[in-house]
Design a binder for this molecule. Sequence first.
Ligand code: PLP
Ligand SMILES: N[C@@H](CCOP(=O)(O)O)C(=O)O
Length: 479
Amino acid sequence: MRRRPLHTQCCDKEIDMKYISTRGGVAPIGFTDAILMGLADDGGLLVPEQLPRLSDDALKAWRSLSYPELALELLALFMEEDIPRDELKRLVDSSYATFRDPHVTPVVKLRDDLHVLELFHGPTFAFKDVALQFLGNLYAYVSRKTGSVIHILGATSGDTGASAIEGVRGKEGIKICILHPHGKVSRVQELQMTTVQDDNVLNLAVEGTFDDCQRIIKELFADVPFKRQYHLRAINSINIARILAQTVYYFYAYFRLAEQGHAGPVNFSVPTGNFGDIFAGYIAKRMGLPVGKLVLATNENDILARFVASGVYQPGEFRGTYSPSMDIQVASNFERYLYYLYDGDTGTVAALMERFKSEGRIEVPQDMLRRVREDFAAYSVSNEECLDTIARYYESYGYLLDPHTACGVAAADKRSDEGEVTVSLSTAHPAKFDEAIRLRNISQVYPEPIQTLFGKPRRVTVVGNANDQVKEQLEAFFG
Ligand SMILES: Cc1ncc(COP(=O)(O)O)c(C=O)c1O
Ligand SMILES: N[C@@H](CCOP(=O)(O)O)C(=O)O
């Protein structure tokens, strides 16, 4: 299998940005086709054929940009051939105008060695809004420009669904169906999704786990005739646009620390489930952002922490935790990481994924594992450690962490090497997970948009854990 150069020097020359599949079975396509394709037609995931490598000058010049200005510069590198810059600016500006904080993703200092990157100031109070406000607007733009039918199919453990629905509810030419695991999302997440009354929204509660929901949608996307017939589009991090939009806040956070006089690399601690958020940080690092370690924090569903410890990637037993959005066994974006780990060798990635399908495990050799550990340190955080961390930070700093963020902060604390500075990603507002927070006798006041959800009528259909049942619903809704 041919290996391609994975980088191109930016920004001296224009890059003709194309996207290819991690499994090598899709001829290079442009950005619009990539977002419409979602899951690659060969079952792999799309990645940029080459990543722009930013010069020190570019990094310096971008330091003083506002969040939307920075997003425009970074996203233009990946999509300017398809979306004219003035149009992209309009999309970016309208996407981030919905955020409650002028910084969009502000950085809060808790200690000299620990900062929190607050990603929850968007409409649904979770980090997903950063990419999904943009992707919702992008889909509306593409639908207008190309006349493409946009029928979104997504799976959620709670946050992606709420955020994706918010991004497209009531938008003309777009319909959205979201699968969530019945009874396994938080009360607020459930209300955020199911109280939406717009006719272009369908919520299916699947009798199973998030992994079942994700497996079902991936199998339906892989059924290319069905996908084409019903114009199915992805909003999960399957869609490369999600990852690209999530790289922006790594740069933005790094620049905020640089502003405060910090020079040198910064660690990022990332609460991880589907490996999308931390993978965006890995891409930022490969683009030249001075990232030290990417600290991968899992809850008791620790497949990724076990992988970094042993080189074996193998699902364990599902555990329901206080951070339900991370209750994930099979991490969708792991395949994208394998692509980079194996230097773009799509044949090896395809073989590994085939092995995963048939044997349920992947093992990488020791030399590869050493490479993994150059970029990642991983820690799993137990339920008790998660609650302890929430209580400790509330008492010591008066700062209330949500349980997912607490996993990231606990992992950063487990590492705490002398002299390292870590930015821990805060992926959700604590009000979304009050059930867990109350266990430590901490009470909070809900923000008004969350408070108003209680008592509203809900619309949701419960379905069995089977493709056929979901297919039937989709045929009726999208047909
Ligand atoms: C609040 C929260 N934190 C962390 C994660 C994990 O992010 P990722 O799946 O991108 O690893 C999720 C879900 O994805 C989430 O909803
Ligand atoms: N935790 C996620 C799971 C889906 O992840 P995605 O990043 O692939 O959309 C959720 O909240 O749904």
